[in-house]
Design a protein. Structure first.
Ligand SMILES: NC(=O)c1ccc[n+]([C@@H]2O[C@H](COP(=O)([O-])OP(=O)(O)OC[C@H]3O[C@@H](n4cnc5c(N)ncnc54)[C@H](OP(=O)(O)O)[C@@H]3O)[C@@H](O)[C@H]2O)c1
Length: 330
C-alpha cells in the first residue's frame, strides 16, 4: 500500500472542466479522505492556452495544448472536451495506458459506448459517465447500483432542459412558440447545433444510455422512435390549454419479455399531460425522471440537468469512485 497521490488529468476546461478543476482544488482535503489518498491534478488540456480563465488556486502551468502528454501516466483521465474526436482517441489512449476514465460526453457514449466498454474491460479499467445523463441527478447510479437487485420495467422523463425551458415558457407564461424558441437561442440555452435539442437527439442519446444501463441491451440511437418539438404549432398548445393539459418532450424506455432477454422499446416525443402530472410541473430548464421497478415501484428523481457546477458534482463523484478503484489496486 502507498499513500502517493492519485494523479488526475483533465481534458477540457470549459463550463464543466473549469468547475471540476476549481472544486478539485477547493475540496482537496475532503476528496483525500473520501478516496483514501490525495488527488493531484497533473495537467489540463485545452484548445487555446492563451484564453483567460477563472481558475483560482489552479496553477496556470497545468494548462497545455498537448492533450496526449496530459493523458499519459495519469491514474484517472477525465474527458470534458465534448464531440467525437479527439475525445474518443484520447479516451482509448488513456485506457490502453491503464488509466481509469471519466467522461460527461453523452453523444460519444451513445455512439461508441459499447466499443469503449469492451476496451475498458480488456484493459481492466473503469469507464464512468454519470454526468452524461441529466448532469447532477444521479440516475445512472440508481439504475446500475441501487436497483441491481430489482428488475427495472420502465424509465421515462424530461431529460433535456432547453426544450423544457421553451415548452414551459409557452405553457405557463403564454409566450408564442416561435418567440420562445428565439429566446432560448438568444440566452445560449441551445447546443451549437440547435437540432441536438429541438429534434430530440440529445434526449435520444440519454435514453439509449439509460436503457443500456438498465437492461444490458445493445440498443443504438437508430432504435429510438424520435420526434422533436419543431413541428409543434401554436394550435397544439391552444388545444392542450383548452383541455387543461401541458405539452412536454418525454423520453421513455420500457421493457417487455423475459428478464434474461428483454425486448426494449425507446421513444422521444412531445406528449400531452394532465396539468397535475409531476412531469407537467417540471419548470424552466429542470429535468425529472421516473424509474419503475418490479419490487421498488416508482422512484422519482428531479433536479438540474445542466450547468457547470451541477454537472461537475456528478463528474467529481465519478472521479472519487475511480480514485477508490486506483487506491484499492495499488
Ligand atoms: N455544460 C453543461 O451543462 C453540460 C451538462 C452535461 C454534460 N455536458 C458535457 O460535458 C462536456 C463538456 O461540456 P462544456 O459545456 O464544458 O464544453 P465547453 O465549455 O465547450 O468546453 C470544452 C473544453 O474543451 C476544450 N477543447 C475542445 N476541443 C479540444 C481539443 N481538440 N483539444 C484540447 N481541448 C479541447 C476547450 O478548450 P478551450 O477552452 O481552449 O476552448 C474547452 O476548454 C461535453 O461532452 C458536454 O456534452 C455539459
Amino acid at each position: 500500500m502507498t499513500d502517493a497521490p492519485i494523479t488526475v488529468a483533465l481534458l477540457g476546461c470549459g463550463t464543466v472542466g473549469a468547475a471540476v478543476a476549481r472544486r478539485a482544488v477547493e475540496r482537496a482535503e475532503l476528496f483525500a479522505q473520501r478516496a483514501g489518498r490525495p488527488l493531484t491534478l497533473t495537467g489540463i488540456a485545452v484548445r487555446d492556452v492563451s484564453r483567460a480563465r477563472d481558475l483560482p488556486g489552479v496553477p496556470s502551468s497545468l494548462l497545455t495544448e498537448d492533450a496526449e502528454s496530459v493523458v499519459d501516466g495519469a491514474d484517472v483521465v477525465v474527458e470534458l472536451m465534448g464531440g467525437m474526436e479527439p475525445a474518443r482517441s484520447l479516451i482509448e489512449r488513456a485506457m490502453a495506458g491503464g488509466s481509469q476514465v471519466v467522461t460527461a460526453n453523452k453523444q460519444l457514449i451513445a455512439h461508441h459506448g459499447l466499443a469503449l466498454h469492451r476496451m475498458a474491460a480488456q484493459h481492466g479499467v473503469g469507464l464512468d459517465y454519470e454526468a452524461a445523463v441529466v448532469a447532477a441527478v444521479p440516475v445512472l447510479r440508481v439504475v446500475r447500483e441501487a436497483l441491481a437487485g430489482d428488475q427495472v420495467t420502465s424509465i421515462s422523463g424530461i431529460v433535456n432542459g432547453s426544450t423544457n425551458y421553451i415548452l414551459d415558457l409557452v405553457a405557463r407564461l403564454g409566450v408564442p412558440f416561435q418567440e420562445a424558441l428565439e429566446r432560448a437561442g438568444r440566452l445560449g440555452y441551445l447546443e451549437a447545433d440547435p437540432a441536438e435539442d429541438l429534434e430530440g437527439l440529445d434526449a435520444a442519446a440519454k435514453i439509449v444510455i439509460l436503457a443500456r444501463t438498465a437492461w444490458g441491451v445493445d440498443v443504438t440511437l437508430e432504435d429510438v422512435q424520435r420526434e422533436g418539438i419543431t413541428r409543434l404549432t401554436d394550435a397544439d398548445f391552444e388545444q392542450a390549454r383548452g383541455t387543461g393539459q401541458v405539452i412536454k418532450l418525454i423520453a421513455s424506455a420500457w421493457s417487455s419479455g423475459p428478464a434474461a432477454q428483454p425486448r426494449v422499446e425507446l421513444a422521444v416525443r412531445p406528449v400531452m399531460l394532465a396539468a397535475d402530472h409531476p412531469f407537467a410541473q417540471t419548470r424552466e430548464g429542470r429535468n425529472a425522471v421516473v424509474i419503475e421497478a418490479e419490487s421498488a415501484g416508482a422512484l422519482r428523481l428531479h433536479g438540474a440537468g445542466a450547468g457547470g457546477d451541477e454537472t461537475a458534482s456528478a463528474v467529481l463523484g465519478d472521479i472519487v469512485q475511480a480514485a477508490r478503484r486506483v487506491a484499492a489496486l495499488h
